[in-house]
Structure formats: structure tokens, C-alpha cells
Write a protein that binds this ligand. Structure first.
Ligand SMILES: *[C@@H]1O[C@H](CO)[C@@H](O)[C@H](O)[C@H]1NC(C)=O
Ligand SMILES: *[C@@H]1O[C@H](CO)[C@@H](O)[C@H](O)[C@H]1NC(C)=O
Ligand SMILES: *[C@@H]1O[C@H](CO)[C@@H](O)[C@H](O)[C@H]1NC(C)=O
Ligand SMILES: *[C@@H]1O[C@H](CO)[C@@H](O)[C@H](O)[C@H]1NC(C)=O
Length: 383
């Protein structure tokens, strides 16, 4: 049975399921972990969470292989893509104000839902996605917090850069989609799509290292944008290489990059950002955070495990509560050796970050990889 599952899962090479995301009040949610969704609460409570269960009616099954979650900051709504394996293109909306779910049927129109990488633009509430060498858009500007259907992806244009073999890494900031790890680029460079003018900027943009730092390497990784507390466009995003070796903070206002210490847990992970924290969800279901001050981005803060957030979410589902209910008080990740087993699989999936607020928000949480660890988790759930 296990080997059958593994053989079924292995060809996909990825097993994304759960994701982390924020609502507009910056409560942290963990969706789809062990079959449950939970509102972990605000950052001030993370050392001793009082998690709240959320509505279950109409939730996606979170059995997809290419899941991404985005905050629509204006609407206090969380959009979830790729969370329903039977209908991988459909978009689920969690209305965080009303605590309710809805779902809209989406026509793919050329987009491959199993490999697409998307971002959500903060100001226009339009998704952009790279799939099969083309840029597409999906307009949620009038849908906001309750799904209506059906909707459809629309082709925009092909990028002005080489997409063969490219696993997209897409960040949003200042109404610009930043494409990192584009073939042929150097460290610290991004190709840019300017949303308001709907065109690919001809020049590659450089984000050199701020003094005393290093710029981001030319490699695949995860991206998420920090939200603006006043609901304006995002100006800084985090890039985390797949090996979690560092966190690079890219500031699109002054065109610079700051390097910070990477997560303690180096297993395949996805990330979400609020106004003041970077959150990591590992493939084994552990959640860590690093406080972050947008006005003082160079300050190195500690990565800390968020413990016991699964209380409200875990029922008597046997071993499936293992990853969410780590016992013990919140512990500092640095130097701790409680990290989950290293999954051998480093991420091989494309990534786009979480959605960001601001015209360019990318806050995608999800697409992740979850290679081995996730397969094990999936197998545990199935068995
Ligand atoms: C256990 O998990 C399954 C799958 O997510 C769910 O359908 C079921 O309701 C859960 N049972 C309990 C008791 O929580
Ligand atoms: C860019 O702005 C940030 C503040 O947001 C500052 O910390 C950083 O030093 C600036 N970088 C450069 C190169 O000016
Ligand atoms: C950042 O780079 C862009 C494009 O090269 C340039 O127009 C802008 O002036 C730069 N910003 C700063 C603060 O140097
Ligand atoms: C959840 O895990 C904890 C720690 O392993 C265990 O003590 C507890 O009995 C488990 N609860 C359920 C419902 O399985």
C-alpha cells in the first residue's frame, strides 16, 4: 500500500498540500494541515497560541499538488489555488470577515493548473501566472470576497526572456512582477513585468547588496512580499533559496538587497509574510517565524517555532495530530535541534510567494514542494 502510494506520488515529484497565510488583520492561518484549517491568531500570541477552528463547510480538500494561497488585503479574503485535486483550476475563497468559504469554477484557457505559478496583484486584485512560457491573468477585481463563477484565465503575452526549463520564481512589489532565477541572469537581477502598463520591461533590473550584505543568488527559491500596514503597495519581498541557506530582503524602492540568516529548519518549505513577520511552513508541518521590521530590515531576528497551534484543529485523527501538536513551549529555533527530519527532497517545484498587498503583492504561500516529507505525511494520512 505504501509503495503503491509512493509510486503514485513520486512521478509528480511534488506534493503540496497545506499552506500558511494571513488575513488583513494579520492573524496567521494554517490551511489543510492534517485535514484541518486553523486560525493561529496574531503575532503577539504566537508564543502561546489560542488557535481557533474555522468554518469547514465548503473548504477545499487540500489534496492538490500545486497549492498557493494569497491574501487579498483590501477584501480580507484568502484565495486558494490548486487545493482541489479533482478541480485543480478552481479558486476557493476564505472570507475572513464572515468565516465562510466559496468556490469559483475556473476555465484554464491554456494554463496548466498542475504546474502554473501565480501571484496576486495587490491593487488590481488580478492574478498573474506563468504557464507553458506564457503570462496569463485572472481577474478577481469584482469578485473580491465571495466567489462567483465561472471565471477564466486570459493570455497576456509571452515574456521577453527565455522560459525553456524555467521554474518560475515570481515576486510582487510596487505593481511590478519580479521574475527571479531567469535563465542567463546574474545574481541580484530580476526581469520585470509592469502591471499598470502591461508590458515586460526591456531592461533587467539589478538589486545589488546593501553595504555589509550579499545579494540574492541566481537559484530557485520561494518568495513572499511584506504587506504595508496602511494597505498600500508592497515595497519589500523576501526570497528564500530552496536550501533555506539565507533570507534575502529585496527593497524595490532603493533597489537594494539585504541578506539575513536563513531558517533553522532547512527542509523544503513555503513562506508567508505579514507586515512584521516572515512565516515558514515546513514539509513536515512545523511552523516557524522570524520577526521583521520593514523600517529596519537589516536587523537580524531569531527564527522561533510556533508550538501547539493545532489544538483547535486536531480532533481524534490518530497519528495525524503529530505534526501540529508539538509539545513544549515555544522554543527558539536557533541552535535547537528539534528540527524535523531532513527531507531529502529539496524543493523542485516552481514557486511564487505569497500574495502581497500593494499593487504588487505576491503572497502566495504555497506552492511548495514537500517532496519526501510530504509524501510521508500524505502516506500517513492515507494509511
Ligand atoms: C479526520 O480527518 C479526515 C480527513 O481530513 C476528516 O474527514 C475527518 O472528519 C477527521 N475526523 C475527525 C474526528 O476529526
Ligand atoms: C534601503 O532602504 C532600507 C530601509 O527601508 C535601508 O535599511 C537600506 O539601508 C537601504 N539601502 C540602501 C542601499 O540605501
Ligand atoms: C531603481 O532602479 C530604477 C531602474 O533602474 C531607477 O529608475 C530608479 O531611479 C532606481 N531607484 C533608486 C532610488 O535608485
Ligand atoms: C496528539 O499527540 C500527542 C503528542 O504526541 C499525544 O499525546 C496525543 O494523545 C495525541 N492526540 C490525539 C488525539 O491523537
Amino acid at each position: 500500500m505504501l509503495s503503491l502510494l509512493l509510486s503514485l506520488l513520486a512521478p509528480a515529484a511534488v506534493f503540496a498540500g497545506p499552506c500558511v497565510e494571513f488575513d488583513s488583520n494579520f492573524n496567521l492561518y494554517v490551511f489543510g494541515l492534517n485535514g484541518k484549517d486553523v486560525n493561529v491568531g496574531a503575532q503577539s500570541s504566537w508564543n502561546s497560541p489560542n488557535p481557533q477552528a474555522i468554518a469547514t463547510s465548503g473548504r477545499p480538500p487540500f489534496d492538490g499538488t500545486n497549492t498557493q494561497c494569497f491574501l487579498s488585503q483590501y477584501n480580507n479574503a484568502i484565495y486558494i489555488l490548486g487545493a482541489d485535486n479533482a478541480n485543480p483550476a478552481n479558486v476557493y475563497i476564505y472570507d475572513a470577515t464572515d468565516n465562510s468559504w466559496s468556490m469559483s469554477v475556473v476555465t484554464t484557457a491554456g494554463v496548466d493548473p498542475n504546474s502554473v505559478v501565480s501571484i496576486l496583484d495587490h491593487d488590481t486584485n488580478v492574478f498573474y501566472a506563468l504557464s507553458g512560457g506564457n503570462l496569463y491573468q485572472l481577474d478577481y477585481s469584482t469578485i473580491t470576497k465571495t466567489a462567483t463563477g465561472p471565471t477564466a484565465w486570459e493570455a497576456v503575452e509571452a515574456p521577453n526572456f527565455q522560459t525553456t526549463g524555467y521554474k518560475p520564481v515570481m515576486a510582487i512589489a510596487q505593481n511590478h512582477i519580479h521574475f527571479l532565477d531567469v535563465p542567463g541572469n546574474q545574481a541580484g537581477q530580476a526581469n520585470i513585468f509592469v502591471i499598470h502598463f502591461s508590458y515586460f520591461q526591456p531592461e533587467v533590473q539589478s538589486y545589488p547588496a546593501a553595504s555589509g550584505s550579499q545579494t540574492f543568488p541566481e537559484t530557485h527559491g520561494q518568495v513572499t512580499s511584506f504587506f504595508d500596514p496602511n494597505n498600500l503597495v508592497q515595497q519589500q519581498f523576501a526570497f528564500i533559496p530552496d536550501d533555506n541557506s539565507a533570507v534575502y530582503i529585496v527593497n524595490v524602492e532603493n533597489n537594494s538587497t539585504i541578506s539575513l540568516t536563513g531558517p533553522t529548519d532547512t527542509t523544503a518549505s513555503t513562506f508567508a509574510a505579514s507586515t512584521s513577520a516572515l512565516v515558514q511552513l515546513t514539509s513536515s508541518g512545523s511552523v516557524y517565524y522570524m520577526p521583521f521590521g520593514q523600517a529596519n530590515p537589516g536587523a537580524q531576528n531569531t527564527w522561533t517555532l510556533i508550538s501547539n497551534f493545532g489544538t483547535a484543529a486536531s480532533g481524534s485523527n490518530g497519528s495525524s495530530n503529530g505534526t501540529t501538536s508539538q509539545t513544549g513551549a515555544s522554543q527558539t529555533a536557533h541552535g535547537s535541534s528539534t528540527a524535523s527530519p531532513s527531507g531529502s527532497g529539496s524543493s523542485s517545484s516552481p514557486s511564487a510567494g505569497s500574495a502581497k498587498g500593494g499593487a504588487a503583492g505576491l503572497r502566495i504561500s504555497g506552492q511548495t514542494v514537500f517532496a519526501l516529507g510530504a509524501i510521508a505525511l500524505g502516506a500517513a494520512l492515507f494509511l
